[in-house]
Design a protein around this ligand. Sequence first.
Ligand code: ZN
Length: 310
Amino acid sequence: MLDNNRPTLPENMTVFERGWLSSNNLLLVGKKSSALIDSGYGLHAEQTVALVASTLAGRPLDLLLNTHLHSDHCGGNAALQNTYPDLVTHIPPGLSAHVQDWNPQALAYTPTGQQCQKFGFDALLRPGTDLQLGDQLWQVHAAPGHDPHSVILFEPVTRVLVSADALWERGFGVVFPELEGMAAFDDVAKTIDLIEALKPDIVIPGHGPAFSGVKKSIANARERLAGFVSHPEKHIKYATKVLLKFKLLEAQSLDIGSFIGWAGSTPYVVLIHERYFSTVDFFEWVDHLIEELVRSGAASRDGVMIRNAG
Ligand SMILES: [Zn+2]
């Protein structure tokens, strides 16, 4: 079936579309150097290295960049750094001190109950600067909202935008600062405005296939955002389900006791319960959310076993 929203990418750009546990990766191969944007989740690190190596066909990977430091975007960093000793890694400045000291709490790996193998970095990806990736000069833009320190990357000649989790074909990523009571919906709106002003022809999102027809996605994201602004509890519920679904994607199946045990030891889930749902028993609350995942087709349940689905 012909899909008008599926663009053809410039020849030197290869997207590894990775589903939801791992973010997408964009490999740019130039005449002199190669660069990879984002590296997926740690559980898939071996696959990330294999995808990169097979496309580069014997050439080394020269540059590695992360749009932001969520576990599903930089979980392959360590494996790539081990594979390519001369690899130069750029990360956004916001949390670089915590990468330097390796603080999984401050990097949100502990609060979200997610894993990320320790990695290092060599340079900062500063908003407002340009960077040679492959044969093109890419602009680095600040894109707060989903993550206060995220950047997005834009190449003005081919008009390709790497939007990370600031804009998907349908929607955008959980607005994490809001879970901790920090207002960030305005940042989401400003980042969407920025994307609109850049007028990209092709968007490579953090998750899902590359798309064109960005206007429709922007309208969709604004509508979704307006819904969250007027009903913040909808966002909180969505965020909690995303955290639970991520765990299911990682484990594939687990019994209800282990699932609730994981939730009870995951600070973000506990914080959300305390802050918004403290009148409901924790076990019942998580059980109810799992039921909703089952009803939406994102999980299946067979006695005490919960399985990933969808
Ligand atoms: Zn993210």
